[in-house]
Design a binder for this molecule. Structure first.
Ligand SMILES: *Cc1c(COP(=O)(O)O)cnc(C)c1O
Length: 216
């Protein structure tokens, strides 16, 4: 698939659910992709990209940022507290805030920096032991803690559904959790399910292989 085809499918999915295409941000997930492919997509005008590792992104994105203006870089993988500083230096959005210790560290570094990235809280809706994300039962308390104790601006929620379950159930659950907490952002949907995520209110979809091809 090409970037253009994906953009057309995003627009169609938005229209079909009575939404505006401009209200859905397409994050092109470039992790583990060769630079030449990333460059092709940059040359086609894409500016929003997602990476899942701070170290890998630190290697490739400063160069691209020097060559192309207006890049909006999103961290979509787990963040360790000792990587918060380099993450804040590089990323415009972080989708994987999932624990008080990380929230505390982010708060300290954001204060020092004087600017905050867009922050999404990752929710482990499938309650999978191996997966990161805050458990549904702890979510409302954690959002309140982020807001009052850490003064962190929370943009929305993020989910990676269990691979063996119907993703739309998890998208609907995430939308419900966001709504009851007054959060507008919904980071959900990947190559195989972004259309159903858009139907259920996704504001940010994370699409890798459908744009770039299989990861090397
Ligand atoms: C890799 C990744 C994606 C993109 O997956 P595709 O199936 O290639 O679209 C989306 N979200 C997260 C968190 C990822 O790690």
């Amino acid at each position: 698939m090409s970037l253009l085809e994906i953009q057309e499918r995003v627009a169609a999915a938005a229209v079909n659910s009575g939404r505006l295409a401009v209200d859905v941000s397409l994050i092109a997930v470039s992790k583990m992709q060769p630079d030449a492919r990333v460059k092709t997509v940059l040359d086609q005008g894409q500016r929003i990209f997602g990476e899942n590792k701070v170290q890998e992104a630190s290697g490739k994105w400063p160069g691209f940022k020097a060559q192309y203006s207006g890049i909006d870089l999103h961290l979509i993988g787990p963040l360790q507290t000792n990587k918060v500083k380099p993450a804040l230096a590089l990323f415009d959005a972080i989708h994987t805030l999932d624990r008080p210790k990380l929230a505390r560290k982010l708060a300290v570094e954001i204060q020092a920096l004087g600017q905050a990235p867009q922050l999404f809280i990752q929710v482990n809706t499938g309650e999978e032991p191996q997966k990161s994300g805050i458990l549904p039962a702890d979510l409302d308390g954690f959002i309140a803690q982020c807001r009052t104790e850490f003064d962190l601006p929370i943009a929305g929620l993020m989910v990676i559904p269990p691979i063996d379950e119907e993703p739309s159930l998890h998208f609907a659950l995430l939308a419900k959790m966001a709504k009851r907490n007054g959060l507008a952002g919904l980071s959900m949907g990947m190559s195989s399910d972004f259309e159903s995520a858009i139907a259920l209110g996704a504001t940010h979809i994370r699409v890798g292989s459908a744009i770039f091809g299989a990861r090397g």
